[in-house]
Write a protein that binds this ligand. Sequence first.
Ligand code: NAG
Ligand code: NAG
Ligand code: NAG
Ligand code: NAG
Ligand code: NAG
Ligand code: NAG
Ligand code: CU
Length: 593
Amino acid sequence: MGLIIGLVTDVTDLLSGVVAKLSQQNTNGSSLLGTLLFPLIAFFLTNNPLPNGTPWGTLTDWGTNPYTEWPRTGVIRTYDFTISRGVIAPDGYHRDVLLVNGAFPGPMIEANWGDKIIVNVHNNITAPEEGTVVHWHGFLQQGTPWEDGAPGVTQCPIAPGKSFTYEFLASLYGTTWYHAHYSAQYSGGVVGPMVIHGPTQAKYDVDIGPVMLSDWYHKSYYDIVKEMLAPNGSPRVFSDNNLINGKMNFDCSTVAAGDTTPCTNNAGVSKFRFQKGKTHRLRLINSGAEGVQRFTIDGHTLTVIANDFVPVKPFNTTVVTLGVGQRVDVLVTANAGDVYSAYWMRSNLSAACTPARQPLALAAVYYDKADTNKGPTSKPWNIPDPGTCANDDLDTTEPLFKMPLPTASTTQTMAVELFKNASDVTLWKFDGVSMRANYDNPVLLLANKGNFSYPTEWNVRNFYTNSSVRVIVNNKTPASHPMHLHGHNFYVLHEGAGTWDGTTIVRPTNPQRRDVQLVRPNGHLVLQFDPQPGVWAFHCHVAWHASGGFFSSLVVQPEKVQAMHVPEKVQQTCRDWSAWTSRNVVDQIDSGT
Ligand SMILES: *[C@@H]1O[C@H](CO)[C@@H](O)[C@H](O)[C@H]1NC(C)=O
Ligand SMILES: *[C@@H]1O[C@H](CO)[C@@H](O)[C@H](O)[C@H]1NC(C)=O
Ligand SMILES: *[C@@H]1O[C@H](CO)[C@@H](O)[C@H](O)[C@H]1NC(C)=O
Ligand SMILES: *[C@@H]1O[C@H](CO)[C@@H](O)[C@H](O)[C@H]1NC(C)=O
Ligand SMILES: *[C@@H]1O[C@H](CO)[C@@H](O)[C@H](O)[C@H]1NC(C)=O
Ligand SMILES: *[C@@H]1O[C@H](CO)[C@@H](O)[C@H](O)[C@H]1NC(C)=O
Ligand SMILES: [Cu+2]
């Protein structure tokens, strides 16, 4: 019978599934995330994340302004990434994917606050060839906007066979991820976790590392986008499964008749080890394409200590909601049972806002002496989904480093709308325009040369020298959208149903700050940002919505952008791209981002 009913009502179905029927290599390539080996291997293989103890010295998460001050460590962390095609079966269903160094999820990047990160990205996507671009989510890229990795905005795509070496400062710390930003490519597998160690007032004993939550699709991203953007296609894309650290079981009997793709039941779920009595830090990342995740661990309370790259006053809860792109760091104390105990970790896609065929992701949490060949028998918390498709209340989490809301010098209202174009293709409009990127002419390079007039379909807004920009996002669609602004942590002033009353601001003395915030269906989101010179993508992080045109670029402090010295490698990447496109036709099936 259907997995949806089977899994949720009767967890015993899964008992056999704890003994993985596929090897880790088959499900996740060279990634060890999700296995009990990960913490050990991570310890030995990392780039020496903490060579000199804590290089941030007396800087703290509550007293240091991270936007103006960070440690000058002089340490460089170097990584080499090759993006290639491959075949894996994260949930037992075999799929053509794109992998970073043969791994899904891709290798973890680890550094200290203030280190420089260098990643040489090599495009080895062949048969067929495809461009690529990698974005380092949440980094401010102060003075280096060309390292941000947004095609048509900050750079030309990396041509097949070519490389681009990204170099940027980890000026913020905490948990984040990298992902491809070319078309909806990241949902095809080009994603990986990033951990930047920094000061923390919160006390914990064990760092469990990344816990990546991602909806999963059995079709390739290309076929999904092609189908969605066909005449009379649907903007609602159903996921097939939900993964924790790239793993989950799947009921192969639910595969459509006639689909002969190899599929194995009980491929294997992710496993974690907890130490009885100890407090563990879990770094939750919603690295999916579309779904709103609701994360819980049976029998355990979660203490939220950071939202995105922003440490917050500890707040206890049983469930944490994450829209795509969001991260939440939680502490969990293993105090629910004895050393032989085991519990289910669950991440459930919110049915109210997420089209999902199998919404519930499971992973097993084992205390010290628990038998890891047996499935936990724990029961889920009884916490009904409020169905608002919004983030948890803004007043529950307050940034540790206090920043009062400055006076806005301008306010821009941007509506979100769905429409059908003249070919009956359903697309998104953001502030009146359905965006289509031009891969050959990144806005940043034109701005750097003093050209600030662009075709309408690039959807660029210039904020000149404004000291603080307020943006009201009016969502006139029945879907929720995780709004993401590159290069900034924005203040979240208000979020709710209908339109904003124009005055109510949640905690103006110290509003929530982060880099992604959900706007609910037919609701509003009011955010504000202090300018950081550059050209920055501002878009919905749902891969399918961005593909459908829900994307804009903001020019911030144009004179400063014009005065920047953009390294030669950025122009070289455009020349390489131009050479490749003169011999190949670029199949730009969507907005390009
Ligand atoms: C490039 O990709 C091909 C598969 O498409 C693979 O066989 C080869 O090993 C990859 N090269 C590198 C350096 O990863
Ligand atoms: C949160 O829960 C922990 C136990 O899990 C408790 O020690 C702590 O005092 C609680 N914190 C708050 C802010 O309620
Ligand atoms: C998961 O969500 C589905 C609907 O999206 C709901 O029916 C089910 O009860 C939830 N399961 C758990 C364990 O919360
Ligand atoms: C409608 O949108 C699709 C997808 O972006 C595009 O291929 C097509 O050319 C558009 N049709 C018109 C008439 O603009
Ligand atoms: C600015 O760039 C756009 C897009 O490439 C181009 O159409 C326009 O002619 C340029 N304007 C100037 C003044 O060069
Ligand atoms: C602020 O931004 C608006 C666009 O929203 C622009 O019209 C205005 O000139 C800018 N003001 C300053 C001082 O740069
Ligand atoms: Cu969206």
